[in-house]
Design a protein around this ligand. Structure first.
Ligand code: SER
Length: 595
């Protein structure tokens, strides 16, 4: 049986024997690329070379690479989708092209000295052609040359067989290789085009001849390149005769660790198994991210936010398996043991991985406890609703007051035979101008950081501003309104006269001083009376729940607030007041920006 370690080794050995230099070992967090949060494909670090820069290691390259893709988050838990995966890749930078690329793939996959897969179980797809590029008869012909029968070749459109690294950049038609995961042997005329369900993609060879400059313009690259990516986990599954990546040996130890902490057994029921798989996948991803050389931590922005969501979703599914005690570090230990060979940085960062996981798990357990307690209180009333719908307003309050994620509310609702009014929730969200749900989904898709990060930063800046105003103008400064867009903050407050230029300068300087001090922003859930006793600012006349969240920014500010906020004030940049004007009688208004 070929294991993950052996597949990695064989792949590299094969391509080395064909004159390729190994370039493995890149970080999961891309360098110099603000458009993505993680390395999402093995080719990612190669973009500059595919565009024409010479690579120091030559024109034939190969590697194994850590990747994180979170676009498929909703599908994680099924048999094939993973948020962390390894990609094996080989590249030709203007050296060989379609013919050799196809011949190499076929030899590695089917030759008895290499992977020895049964050729009858393989099928391929090629590009059907469109306005951008012609039908790829060349590739089809080269597949026939190596012995692939006509009936196993499908011509598919760009949605299937055109690969691009992003909205702009190197791209081209691809040819993909599939393995039969249906029962028995595939019928003679079966391929991905005629039976998409039973064919699992294992390898993708992209023929990168083009550079997309903008939406309308495709130009030819200086050279004809090859970029291939083989999914390690899927290929191991087919090599081991399994239909799911979770049945392979790399996952066995992780699932076993989950079994130990939960007292449940993987394979006992679809509901349980789903949670097992989600925990296995998410803890594996979180461990690889935390153990990466770049040293990322959970946070409320960017890649740190994706990491936080992975950890928190794992904790939630731990609860579904009945795990109450902290368990992430013991599952992570299994992950480190398996992967520290090919990824030695994991061994070096072992302590850090365990500490960060334990801290985030503890933090989130508190949040869950408070939110679930509140949910139980609300449930009897909610169940009286004839439509069996949880109003958006209620879901939002759970989120806003307890930090209870909407997915959690949705899961609890499903368990109680109800559903959540998501539209209502979204509308509430917009109304409160918080980190938008749409924004966070976008972020979680592994895509770009967006305006929601900016809104969070403005929200934190608003707290600093209010405290600075109190210091400069006096205690009578009470918040009368606040509005945040991705461009600026607007803050209304009680004050009897226009604020002078000198006063505004002082306020600005104080806020910038707190940013420079890079104060930690921390949150605690407490009883409203305790919050007031601790000196937290709360809005006068506002109705609060019994338990509230209190955000503290170093020694500078303490406020009752739903959040979210940035983790440290240092990320805010430079604070500048744009305008001060009257809002209504006795109320002044300030517009300010972060630069
Ligand atoms: N770029 C292709 C992929 O990610 C092959 O490496 O599938």
């Amino acid at each position: 049986m070929i294991t993950s370690n052996e597949l990695r080794r064989k792949y590299i050995e094969f391509f080395k024997s064909k004159g390729h230099a190994e370039i493995s070992g890149k970080s999961l967090i891309p360098e110099n690329d603000p458009t993505v949060l993680f390395t999402t494909a093995g080719m990612h670090p190669l973009v500059p070379y595919l565009l024409g820069n010479p690579h120091p290691a030559g024109k034939r390259l190969c590697d194994y690479q850590k990747c994180v893709r979170t676009g498929d988050i909703d599908e994680v838990g099924d048999a094939a989708h993973l948020t962390f995966f390894e990609m094996l890749g080989n590249w030709s930078l203007g050296d060989y092209f379609k013919k050799d690329s196809i011949a190499y793939s076929w030899e590695l996959l089917t030759d008895p000295t290499w992977l020895a897969l049964d050729p009858r179980m393989l099928s391929v797809t090629v590009f059907a052609g469109d306005d951008n590029a012609p039908r790829d008869e060349d590739s089809a012909g080269f597949w026939k040359d190596v012995g692939v029968p006509e009936g196993r070749i499908a011509y598919l459109p760009a949605s299937d067989n055109w690969w691009a690294a992003g909205p702009t950049g190197p791209c081209g038609p691809d040819t993909e290789i599939f393995y039969w995961v249906g029962t028995g042997f595939p019928p003679a005329l079966s391929n991905k085009g005629t039976d998409p369900k039973n064919w699992m993609e294992i390898w993708n060879n992209v023929f990168m001849e083009y550079n997309r400059v903008d939406e309308k313009t495709l130009v030819r690259l200086p050279a004809q390149n090859v970029d291939t990516g083989m999914g390690l986990e899927r290929t191991v599954a087919v090599l081991q005769g399994k239909t799911s990546v979770y049945q392979t040996e790399a996952f066995a130890a992780i699932l076993e660790a989950i079994g130990e902490v939960s007292g449940k057994v993987y394979g006992e029921g679809p509901g349980l198994d789903h949670s097992f798989r989600i925990i296995a996948d998410h803890v594996r991803s979180a461990t690889m991210i935390l153990g990466d050389s770049k040293g990322l931590s959970p946070s409320n922005v960017g890649a740190g936010y994706v990491l936080r969501r992975l950890i928190r979703r794992a904790v939630r599914h731990g609860r579904k398996l009945g795990i109450e005690a902290p368990f992430l570090p013991s599952v992570a230990a299994a992950v480190v043991d398996i992967y520290q060979g090919p990824y030695p940085e994991l061994a070096g960062n072992r302590a850090r991985v365990m500490e960060e996981l334990a801290a985030e798990e503890a933090k989130f357990s508190e949040t869950l406890k408070a939110g679930e307690h509140e949910w139980q209180k609300l449930l009897p009333n909610l169940q009286k609703n004839p439509q069996k719908t949880v109003p958006g307003r209620v879901a939002f309050r759970l989120y806003d007051t307890y930090g209870f994620p909407i997915e959690m509310t949705e899961e609890l609702a499903t368990e109680a035979g109800m559903k959540v009014d998501k539209e209502g929730f979204d509308a509430e969200f917009k109304k409160h101008q918080e980190l938008s749900r749409a924004g966070s989904e976008q972020l979680f898709k592994g895509g770009m950081a967006d305006h929601s990060d900016v809104s969070t930063a403005y929200h934190t800046a608003t707290h600093l501003l209010q405290q600075a105003l109190t210091i400069v103008l006096g205690d009578h400064v009470a918040q009368k309104g606040s509005n945040i867009t991705s461009e600026r903050l607007r803050f209304d407050f009680a004050h009897p006269a226009p604020v002078t230029k000198e006063e505004l300068e002082k306020v600005e300087a104080i806020v910038n001083e707190q940013i420079k001090r890079d104060l930690p922003v921390t949150m605690a859930v407490m009883k409203l009376e305790d919050a007031r006793a601790a000196g937290a600012r709360a809005l006068f006349g506002e109705k609060y729940e019994e338990s509230v969240k209190v955000y503290t920014m170093g020694d500078f500010s303490k406020e009752v607030c739903g959040g979210p906020h940035v983790e440290r004030t240092g990320v805010l940049g430079k604070f500048r007041i744009q305008k001060e004007q009257s809002s209504s009688s006795g109320v002044r208004r300030i517009y300010a920006v972060l630069e």
